[in-house]
Design a protein around this ligand. Structure first.
Ligand code: HEM
Length: 504
């Protein structure tokens, strides 16, 4: 029989190892607190000492990081050290310094590894130069020109939404705006990118299986961030086992299977793309001009991340905006009036380009983007080797820096009474605010889908408010509760709306 030989008795060996680990951890912590290049920056001692402080806040205390950051900035000022090697900034001006087009900085692995699947998409690629090559390939599909040409795809989905809302009126049933908007954004992005809508809008009560799966996976991102091995292991578990424990993930598997099938088809026979009803993402990714040859796995990851990037971001904006406008009858009346002027009879629908010119609708969209925020977690970037000056402070190379856009969008210096939904603030020519709308991020890694998102927001808001009279069913804006898990994650009451179709 094999015998293991220990030079010392096992209990002594274990105690010595434990003592060595404690001593090593203590040395590292002392170095981090007193000698690390970021040691002059204020913040909680524990955060300076160890990366596990964030895990303690997010996983043990179950507090959203952005809420914690608000407390910390009130205590420590505009710059707070929130990890041994990480700083967070609060001054609105710092956002533009950090995420400037002049800063081709890399993304930090801790956050973006947690958001990636097995490989890297254009979203989770860390190195700026590599990400740029990927972005350059997919950008033409998301250009403004492409949006103008393909706006009918979005309109078709908005029409499906409106006809279901009308049907529910016929049955005397309200509809859930949060579920409906998620179904709309899922079908829009999947028809736009792949010409294969998920038919989420046909799910009973708009309760789409893919949206349900997204609701379950988003909070898991926090676990993946601190324990990357969990993500690695979950990605390798057999589907049957995962579904036995979490049946709600079925929609995610269905989506990945549809995507995998399509990817294998187009890779086997790229000429088949000629039969697609309109340009789709694989025309760009598999084009002869694209010199980056992606594997099937990479194509599947790219497709999946596009769907995740384009769903909750836009649907949160639509949900929040709709609830506020329906609740506030003055805003509601002004929007109706503006829509009636450009769209006097229901049959003569304005185009997206015409809707874009409506100042009040535009102001409502900006206010909805401001308060819903898009991605609200601090988007972490790595300062290049030569260091950088931010907020008049030299930040050494290699430091991880970030800023949640909540500190811009809810700054009472930039947006007085920041918690109030007030579209009029965007109409004052004396205080132009556009520079402070950062929902789509700024700089080199800003949102690829901005044109698609705007087209969706204009068409959905305009159609719903022109084609229906709406009232909230026993809910108010204060019932909307969100918790931050990278994106805002909805945790409030069901947001039911009663809608009556208008006849003319
Ligand atoms: C209201 C809707 C949307 C908002 C507020 C929004 C916001 C954002 C933000 C803040 C980022 C930066 C994220 C980060 O670096 O961590 C981002 C990146 C991105 N967004 Fe959007 N987004 C929206 C819709 C969309 C849509 C419809 C698509 C569909 C294609 C999309 C695709 C992407 C991609 C691919 C990136 C990664 C860019 C890169 O890393 O270089 N987004 N978006």
């Amino acid at each position: 029989m094999l015998q293991v030989y220990f030079p010392l008795p096992l209990p002594i060996l274990l105690s010595a190892s434990a003592a060595a680990i404690v001593a090593w951890t203590a040395c590292i912590s002392i170095y981090n607190i007193y000698l690390h290049p970021l040691s002059k920056f204020p913040g909680p001692r524990l955060a300076a000492a160890t990366i596990w402080w964030k895990a303690y806040i997010e996983l043990y205390k179950k507090q959203g990081l952005v809420d914690k950051l608000t407390e910390l900035h009130a205590l420590y000022g505009d710059i707070v050290r929130i990890g041994p090697n990480e700083l967070h900034f609060a001054k609105p001006e710092a956002y533009h310094e950090l995420y400037s087009v002049n800063n081709p900085w890399d993304k930090d692995h801790m956050l973006y590894d947690a958001l990636s699947l097995d490989g890297r998409s254009s979203f989770t690629t860390l190195k700026y130069q590599e990400a740029k090559r990927r972005r350059d390939v997919i950008m033409p599909l998301f250009s403004r020109r492409s949006m103008l040409d393909m706006q009918h795809l979005i309109r078709d989905n908005v029409d499906i939404l409106c006809s279901t809302v009308k049907e529910r009126h016929g049955k005397g049933q309200p509809w859930d705006v949060y579920l409906a908007m998620r179904a709309l954004t899922i079908d829009t992005i999947t028809s736009f990118c792949f010409a294969k809508p998920q038919n989420a809008l046909y799910s009973p009560g708009f309760d789409a299986p893919l949206a349900k799966a997204m609701t379950m996976t988003l909070p898991m991102g926090n676990i993946f961030k601190h324990f990357p091995l969990v993500r690695w292991a979950l990605n390798r578990l057999p589907k049957a086992l995962v579904l036995a424990v979490k049946p709600g993930l079925a929609g995610f598997y269905h989506f990945v299977e549809t995507t995998t099938k399509q990817v294998h088809e187009v890779m086997r026979d790229p000429k088949a793309l000629a039969n697609a009803p309109h340009p789709i993402i694989y025309h760009e990714l598999l084009s002869e001009q694209n010199r980056i040859k992606l594997t099937a796995r990479q194509l599947i990851d790219e497709a999946t991340l596009l769907v995740f990037a384009g769903t909750d971001t836009a649907s949160n904006t639509l949900t929040l905006g709709t609830v506020h406008v329906v609740h506030n009858r003055d805003i509601y009346a002004k929007l109706k009036q503006e829509l009636l002027e450009i769209w006097p009879t229901l049959e003569d629908r304005p185009t997206y380009e015409e809707l874009e010119k409506l100042p009040y609708l535009r102001a409502i969209i900006k206010e909805s983007l401001r308060l819903s925020g898009g991605t609200i977690t601090p988007m972490t970037r790595v300062v290049p080797a030569e260091g950088a000056v931010i907020c008049e402070n030299f930040i050494p190379g290699g430091a991880v820096v970030g800023m949640s856009n909540v500190f811009v969008h809810q700054s009472d210096r930039v947006f007085p009474e920041p918690h109030v939904f007030r579209p009029e603030r965007w109409l004052d020519p004396d205080t132009p605010l556009d520079n402070w709308l950062v929902a789509f991020h700024k700089g080199r890694r800003s949102c690829v889908g901005i044109n698609l998102a705007y087209c969706e927001l204009y068409l959905a808001f305009a159609n719903l408010f022109r084609r229906f009279d709406m009232a909230l069913d026993s809910v108010t804006p204060s019932d909307m509760v969100w918790k931050e898990y990278y994106l805002p994650h909805y945790e409030g009451k069901n947001l039911r709306i009663i809608s009556t179709p208008v006849l003319l």
